[in-house]
Ligand binder design. Structure first.
Ligand code: GTQ
Ligand code: FE2
Length: 379
């Protein structure tokens, strides 16, 4: 028989809201410990803070460093059955060394060498890929080869078979987002290995996925497919469409028509065409464009986000941290920490000179439970 050790040690303290210390009170607290009981009055500020106090820290990861280490892993670490993916996770410095960008979200850089395959598997974790540079990889999702190119967003709902295949003669990197920490906390994960190799006909590299041909026409859905689906059946959202939507939003603003989040700040959200809601059941994904010279109003949201700079340069402030960021850099915004973005013009920027930011968050989980909240300073 092992003794159960009480995880908390209670000490009577003379403080506002606390009972007056006395030998009897100490006796009571030893009784609580013996019976594995914890009173609310000693714990309330930690358990029920007036607003979220995230354990996660704001942090930035530099794309050049991620890429260099991923490339070195490409030389040293094979991809195959068991390890499954050459994916390297962003570990938030305040989350105890766990491979978690935030308490709910996994973010990783994934890397495939020329002609390499990552084997097929499926899992309950919802996932997506986002491509900041390069092309040449096809992800085979449920046997549909889906091209991955700069600016493309590729959602992949839980329990769908997937494998990746680099058809090019160059390595390719991209980022993955998954709800791994959330499913770890809720203990809801299932995983299954698929085929060790994809078939020759899945190795073809069509310009458009079958999903895109069926679902990729704005405002139109195939009549044959009934009902709402929990995650998007459209497997790739192409940069050309996202870019056009943002450009139109800012042009409309110039013409005096509303549509931007705030002056000089356009944003679009990737949606599930069967519901009009979030693209994945647990992950929200958006693209933001901040005009050069614009600074966004500090904004707090319940729940956490991860960003990747897609284009341009700027300065990002999250709580007490502030960083100058450029293409590929990734950063974390913990729950309820204020975020503000300043876009800078720079000679190396693309035509618009704007700062484009890809963002993903755990908002759909919160929204389903009525826990989503936003506060805009000065708003
Ligand atoms: O590409 O299938 O970053 O299963 C983590 C888990 C990527 C993937 C990750 C995965 C994948
Ligand atoms: Fe996977």
């Amino acid at each position: 028989m092992t003794d159960v050790v009480s995880p908390v040690s209670l000490t009577a303290v003379d403080a506002p809201g606390q009972p007056t210390p006395s030998p009897e009170l100490e006796q009571l607290y030893r009784g609580f410990e013996r019976e594995l009981l914890v009173p609310l009055w000693t714990e309330i500020s930690g358990l029920m803070p007036v607003h979220p106090q995230s354990k996660a820290a704001p942090h930035v990861w530099r794309w050049q460093n991620l890429l260099e280490l991923a490339d070195r892993a490409g030389q040293l670490v094979p991809v195959g059955r068991g390890g499954e993916r050459r994916a390297i996770a962003l570990a938030n410095p305040a989350l105890g060394g766990r491979p978690y960008a935030t308490p709910t979200l996994w973010a990783a850089i994934q890397y495939l060498m020329p002609c390499e395959d990552a084997p097929e598997h499926r899992h309950t974790q919802n996932a997506f890929r986002f491509v900041v540079e390069g092309e040449g990889v096809w992800t085979v999702v449920g046997r549909d080869p889906v091209p991955m190119r700069r600016g493309d967003f590729l959602p992949q709902g839980g329990w769908i078979w997937h494998a990746h295949h680099n058809a090019a003669d160059r390595p390719m990197a991209w980022i993955d987002g998954l709800d791994i920490p959330f499913q770890y906390a809720t203990e809801t994960q299932f995983f299954e290995f698929g085929r060790d190799a994809i078939s020759e006909e899945e190795r073809v590299s069509p310009d458009r996925s079958r999903a895109q041909r069926l679902w990729g026409h704005p405002g139109l859905r195939p009549v044959s497919v009934p009902g709402p689906q929990p995650s998007s059946p459209l497997l790739n959202y192409r940069w050309a469409d996202t870019d056009a939507a943002l450009t139109d939003q800012l042009d409309l603003e110039d013409e005096g028509f509303p549509g931007t989040v705030e002056p000089g700040h356009a944003a679009v959200r990737y949606t599930n065409p069967t519901t009009g809601g979030d693209v994945l059941a647990t992950i929200r994904a958006e693209m933001h464009r901040v005009r050069s010279g614009t600074e966004t109003a500090p904004r707090r949201e319940a729940g956490s986000s991860v960003f990747q700079v897609f284009d341009g340069t700027g300065t990002v402030t999250v709580g007490d941290s502030s960083w100058r960021v450029e293409r590929g850099d990734m950063f974390v915004v913990p729950s309820w920490q204020p975020l503000s973005i300043r876009s800078e013009a720079s000679a190396s920027d693309s035509d618009s000179g704007a700062l484009d930011l890809f963002r993903f968050s755990d908002t759909p989980i919160l929204a389903a439970l009525g826990l989503d909240r936003v506060a805009v300073d000065g708003g």
